[in-house]
Ligand binder design. Sequence first.
Ligand code: FAD
Length: 379
Amino acid sequence: MVSSAGTYDCVVVGGGVVGLSSAWELAGTGLKVAVLDQAVPGRESSWAGAGMLPPGNLAHARTGEERLRSLSHELWPQWVATLLAQTGIDPGFRRDGGLEIRLGGAPQALDEEIRSWHAAGVECEPLSAQAAQALEPALTPHLVTAYHLPDFGQVRNPRLLKALQAGCAARGVCVCAGTPALQWERTGDRVQRVLTPVGPFAAAHFVVAAGAWSEPLLTALGPAPWVRPMRGQIVLLNQPTGPEFPPLLRRPINLGHNYLVPRGDGRILVGSTEEDVGYDRRNTAGGVAGLLELACQVAPSLASATIERTWAGLRPRSIDGLPYLGKTAAASNVVIATGHFRAGLQLSPGTARLVRNLVRDEPPAISLEAFDPARVGAD
Ligand SMILES: Cc1cc2nc3c(=O)[nH]c(=O)nc-3n(C[C@H](O)[C@H](O)[C@H](O)COP(=O)(O)OP(=O)(O)OC[C@H]3O[C@@H](n4cnc5c(N)ncnc54)[C@H](O)[C@@H]3O)c2cc1C
């Protein structure tokens, strides 16, 4: 086997959506880039996610989270169009709305959220139970309140990851599977090389995008941000569609942290649990049972759907749910891009743009203040 170890402008550690998007963006500026993944690129949290893309409006965004979501919202259409043109792989990006619903509680339960969307400059339509059912006839009649976000989107994340890998290849990025970053070699405050079982990778810049595994890698350099795995389980249902059987649901249906995401081909993802169980990727009887119960409560006719598959992924959780994006104080040429928790897919185009800004010393597209890796958790 020919080793890809060698000298690059930038080495990205981690081949999830964050690492691959960053590598693709960096290579688009002419840099020679390598991505190292300890296993199979694009098969961890980024593959396991539901692919939901909530909207944003950069002109009105008030917080760091809103700004990064809004920047990504702006970038998504061009991002997927370029990937499709470059690779021929369609990431299945759609922006045809999403509902937030509540099955119990007070009819005013969502009023605060609706006000918040309006204040953030995002179109949001309050719905009566009847109006929600008119949009999604399969919904239970026991709805209490709902709203509609017309600009809510989704992406088929496994396809996005394939497209990103093909896009990276088209831009000359070396994506190295089965290549764990084991150790750093540094001179003064600069990392010179990262050591792997296939040899050293030298670079002028390094990006750590190793998802739930980022903290030990960064601790080897110095004070590191707090990152932990948070398991999320998903059940994939299938309800055949055809001319006489239109898709049961048309849009993602959210209930706080739970959701049903119809893929348009009869498949419906039901998610998700949030479990602090370390690096345990199993599906459990309790997790799956809870999701199935939820699905049948939200859309009772799903009781006859086929259970096609179940899976679980490890979200990279940060101390406050916001990603860490910035240079580490421990080494002047290492950029941290991790801790995206529940939002790494939706935030990936904006994250990649900021990583490019950091590596190339460009003015950042939005303020990085809220994402400072030293903000909490560092010793
Ligand atoms: C059930 C579930 C549902 C979700 N739904 C959504 C959603 O609808 N919308 C949304 O925006 N987000 C969602 N998320 C969150 C999203 O999936 C994550 O935030 C995102 O995937 C994080 O991407 P990442 O690239 O940081 O991590 P990962 O995809 O986990 O990638 C990290 C990579 O780093 C590699 N790695 C680790 N250590 C090393 C090392 N030492 N050397 C080399 N490689 C290494 C790993 O092998 C892995 O491939 C969901 C997550 C889950 C689990």
